[in-house]
Design a binder for this molecule. Structure first.
Ligand code: SF4
Length: 500
């Protein structure tokens, strides 16, 4: 990930710089670094909190960082091609505009910190994609690695690395393993415990889906959160991790306030032991902070846990509708929505088609326009945060709709995309609307697209439509209630009872 410049200064960096091997002349000719095929590439650079502050001070937009406390930077689409690049990278000059302040993750490259295949030891590897490393004889690389290991084993670097679990990447078959790093492994296990914990990546989506099905949580009237794409997309804002605890698949979120669980432990068997192990796991990271909690507890799971003395606090749930009603919009109570749909029906040049990857660039333009339109309206800070997050999560949806089993629809007016929506099947009879964007200057377009989505879902067997919760946004709540939900899905937040 390192970009070219000959002079290296470590003075401004939170920890000293590792030894460097690749000369800037090579970097200038390279077309690998700082560029990535996907918006959610697991290899995009990780910035610690101080590194985020330095990068922002050096000119990188603050909204490119999901959290001021540290995280992987959000990439930007490459205007010339189909891929993505780091926002600090100038694709015309191939120069990193924050080279002096680039994060440790980039300063180490093409050396890489990663877990071994068993995920029980940290390894130093070298990325065979770096052209310079490909040309080097192994002896030169080994000598360079020895110098890097000496640097990594220093007290200052061990402390920095062990505070940031995310600096250790997952095992990659195309990264050559150079040496185990026992001192780094030990520092991490002292800081975080011995239980192996993994970042939730695209490769884990099928694992999470299987665990959800085994748990029996997804049901016709259950929460949209009982699906893997929901959480994978939330990962653009917060860091998602998973671990196996007492035979259960446990999903964790690392937020700026601390660690919590967005789902109960996923298991076929008794849940009490995995719950106790999960709280123990969070306590190790959060201390006694009240942030340790488990969200999206269903009524069934809650009824099993009440006798154990846990505290259960009800939370606003997803809006659930009858598909048949929304497809028809019949009667007085849907009069205004029907009138808006009729406006679009009377227009010429309206075409509704399934989303295709080739629609991505046009959807991107529409999203930019839509965000501008929304910003001119009354939005509170949460609304703004969700709007900022939309950029990254929609980018992932456009790129990985197929991998995430999402289905999308676009509406063109006179050949130009003016609205799009994506959703997924929670069960064979419940369709969840994940996101919807409609040009706000075309009155009735959002209502028309929503009705079309419900009609399509009904024709494929949907009994219910789930539109998720309203995120506490009053305007959104009002709009969702105007469609007359049959219920809001009951759910709870679980905390340990402290007897307060
Ligand atoms: S911070 Fe600089 S070196 Fe690191 S990926 Fe971005 S552009 Fe490249």
């Amino acid at each position: 990930m390192a970009a070219p410049i000959t002079q290296i200064s470590s003075a401004a960096n939170p920890v000293s710089s590792p030894p460097q091997m690749v000369p800037s002349s090579t970097c200038l000719r390279c077309d690998v670094c700082c560029r990535f095929p996907d918006p959610d590439s697991p290899l995009r650079p990780y910035f610690t909190g101080p590194e985020v502050r330095q990068a922002v001070a050096a000119g990188v937009e603050a909204d490119r960082f999901p959290s001021p406390g540290g995280g992987q930077i959000s990439l930007v689409p490459d205007e010339q091609g189909e891929g993505f690049h780091c926002p600090a990278f100038n694709p015309v000059t191939s120069v990193c505009k924050i080279y002096e302040q680039r994060p440790l993750d980039c300063r180490l490259y093409p050396l890489v910190l990663m877990w071994n295949e068993r995920h029980d030891e940290v390894m130093l590897g070298w990325d065979s994609k770096c052209p310079f490393m490909r040309d080097q004889v192994p002896d030169a690389i080994r000598q360079h690695a020895d110098r890097a290991i000496e640097w990594l084993n220093s007290r200052e670097v061990l402390a920095a690395v062990s505070n940031h679990l995310r600096l250790i990447g997952r095992f990659q078959a195309d990264v050559a393993e150079l040496s185990p790093l026992p001192a780094v492994t030990l520092a991490l296990s002292r800081r975080w415990g011995k239980v192996p914990i993994h970042r939730l990546t695209l490769d884990d989506v099928s694992r999470l889906t299987a665990a959800l099905h085994r748990s029996g949580l997804p049901e016709a009237r259950s929460l949209a959160a009982y699906s893997a794409p929901y959480h994978y997309l939330c990962g653009t804002l917060l860091s998602y991790w998973w671990a196996e605890l007492d035979g259960a698949f446990c999903l964790f979120v690392e937020s700026p306030d601390g660690w919590f669980m967005p789902l109960p432990p996923l298991t076929k068997g008794p849940i009490e032991k995995p719950i106790a192990a999960s709280f123990e796991f969070m306590r190790r990271r959060n201390g006694d902070s009240a942030v340790s909690r488990i969200e999206n507890i269903s009524e069934l799971v809650a009824s099993r846990l009440r006798p154990s003395g846990y505290r259960l606090v009800p939370k606003d749930g997803d809006y659930l509708y009858r598909a048949e009603e929304l497809a028809a919009l019949a009667g007085d109570r849907f009069k205004s929505q029907r009138a808006l749909c009729n406006r679009i029906e009377r227009m010429n040049g309206v075409a509704v088609t399934p989303y295709a990857l080739g629609d991505r660039a046009e959807c991107r333009k529409l999203l930019q326009r839509w965000r501008g339109q929304k910003r001119t309206g009354a939005l509170d800070s949460l609304g703004r945060l969700l709007l900022d997050d939309a950029l990254s999560s929609h980018e992932i949806v456009w790129s990985h709709a197929f991998d995430l089993r999402l289905s999308g629809t676009v509406v063109r007016i006179d050949g130009t995309i003016r609205a799009y929506t994506f959703g997924y099947w929670l069960t064979g009879t419940t369709w969840c609307v994940l996101l919807e964007v409609a040009d706000r200057t075309v009155s009735g377009l959002a209502q028309y697209l929503f009705r079309d989505t419900c009609r399509a879902a009904l024709s494929q067997g949907a009994e219910f439509i789930n539109t998720m919760d309203d995120a506490g946004l009053p305007g959104l709540g009002l709009s969702k209630r105007s469609y007359h939900p049959v219920t809001q899905v009951q759910n709870f937040i679980l905390t340990e009872d402290r007897g307060l």
